[in-house]
Design a protein around this ligand. Sequence first.
Ligand code: AMP
Length: 299
Amino acid sequence: MSLLIVGSIAFDTIITPYGKREKIIGGSGTYCALAASFFTRPRLAGVVGEDFPCEMIDFFKEKGIRTEGIVIKPGKTFCWEGRYGYDPNLRETLKTELNVMASFEPVLPPNYQRSTIVYLATIDPDSHEKILSQINQPCLVAMDTIQFWVINKTESLWQVLKKVNIFFANEEEIRLLTKETNLVKAAKLVLSAGPSIVIVKKGEHGALVFGRDFIVGTIAHPCENVVDPTGAGDSFAGGFLGYMDRSKKITQRTIKKALIAGSTVASFVIEDFGIERLKRLTREEIKRRMRYFRQLVSF
Ligand code: AMP
């Protein structure tokens, strides 16, 4: 199989009770691709401005991430700023500057067009149709979003959901999208719109997978050091889809295992600011924590 990730590549400014970091590398595509790279060789597509460091693109390559789909455009890279309090599940977005992302129309390189798993990470839902029309019969299309697009492009999101197999959302986003506070009812509403699986991320409380005839869930790995929750959701999706890509089959069993893989990678990301923990993370650490995680969730 082959995993294509289309998402934001960004500069983030992050404020948490443990400090502030300005203009560090972030973005939904960045987190997702780095997380997936522990399981497979993902293809990353996105746009950056001329201010984006070339060393970062080299770093993606070192991690086995294909970068031919990253476009450098005149102008500034997408910037986002967020603040967290002591509850890591709650964040306030202080700034979203789309910059070069505002006019981005992804044109996928020919080798990307043969991807079998496609992940539409947090980007403008209006570009999703254009991306999907360039891919030859993907066997799995997954999608995530963020409050900004749920508020500003609600109709486009519902439209694109018709073409999506797996929809990832956090509690806040799915409630906002469906206007339904009960998560089971909210997930059912999304399932009736097209996807066959809805994955609700519940931050430090874990994740729930809703299928048409099953529900499975997991707790999150109990972390003592939650320094910066940014990117946990995208890393969860990256770990999940990277694992699915490596398994080469889509069954309930691989979905359950992928759930643990995604939760494990996400549990590392939050231990440091931005992508710092992902940069020094090893496959051995992931394997060890996945083993521990299995013990935690089996009974
Ligand atoms: P997460 O914490 O996993 O929900 O994702 C955080 C990442 O999403 C940050 O690195 C941001 O750069 C990126 N992000 C925030 N808002 C947007 C947006 N409106 N469009 C695309 N990416 C975004």
